[in-house]
Design a protein around this ligand. Sequence first.
Ligand code: T4K
Length: 371
Amino acid sequence: MEKREKPILVTQPTMPDLGEFVEKLEDIWENKWLTNNGKYHQEFEDKLAKHLGVKYVSLFSNGTLALITALQTLRISGEVITTPYTFVATTHALHWNGITPVFCDIDPVYGNLDIDKIESLITPKTTAIVPVHVYGNPVEVEKLERIADTYGLKIIYDAAHAFGVEINGQSVLNYGDLSILSFHATKTFNTIEGGAIICHDEGTKKRIDFLKNFGFADETTVVAPGINAKMNELQSAYGLLQLNTIDKQIQQRKDIAYKYKEKFKGVEGISCLKDIEGVKHNYAYFPIYVNSDYTLSRDELYEKLKDHNVYGRRYFYPLISDFPTYKGLPSANRNNLQNAVKIADKVICLPIYPNLSEEEISYIVKLITNE
Ligand code: T4K
């Protein structure tokens, strides 16, 4: 097949209507209130909580700072059980809090924490579990919470991929002690950069809001060693506008995911993830697994796509436990992370975003099915 001229990237951000955004900008220019809990920030927090079906949202400047602050909120220390199969920010947030990550293997299909392997990793130093809803597919939340309850551990979900995901009509963000979201440009819902912590009670919301604003409770009172992690007014106004179209965007993603699934049915060596019963998915990513019975290796297929100007991404390869910062940890031993090693070596995330055209989808599919 001929190489296309225009590249197709793994994702492309959907942006609000420019005219509507300019109206908001004119208002901000007029009022000169740019950050620190302004009116758009307040409105966005309220509307977002309603949209997501959660009690409290605290907006952040990005998902990484939201996770760092979530760990501070619950004063997590010692060892935390987490996954090596995620974006590096998950583990870095632990590192920045002086916490030792303890890597646990993942399930061989969806790539989420293997709940059955958690108990053997708990020590007297374990204080929490930080799972990731990888690609937006929910962790087995109820099973995990039984373990956390038995051992008195906190759960902070890295829900960076899980905007709008529901289990039996309930937001996935309502599980655990806290969840964090990312609104980075590459995410299902973007505010250019941005993020949030979701919590379930007013007291915790207050503590989070102190922590993200240097610990200030009022002009002269600092109640905690906080950081600066606030979302500004321009991004809050942009986020408000995104709420108008996000449901449609997720539907468009779903249509694309189903087209891919249909086309890859019966293609030897390529597997896709099935939707989980009772789950409302957000189709944030479209991972395929390139198995040993495919005509090319994963990296050969990845390079072939690139040679044709199609930029899939190997999320999440390499495993975090293989990065120099974490490689020396006892839990980084690959023998104990065999499912993670296998998935990291066979995954490619294909382009998926609302504007991906029919023609672009069939070009990508043909490269993979060798039609
Ligand atoms: N936890 C998890 C599980 C996460 O996945 C992430 C972030 C976090 C925590 C931390 O949240 P944040 O602090 O980021 O809010 C990207 C994102 O930068 C990162 O947010 C995301 N996960 C990760 C999975 O993907 P890269 O290094 O792959 O980004 P980059 O710049 O290569 O962009 C990917 C593609 O997106 C490019 O090929 C083109 C397209 N793109 C990108 C940008 C920035 C655009 O079309 N427009 C754009 O503005 O990390």
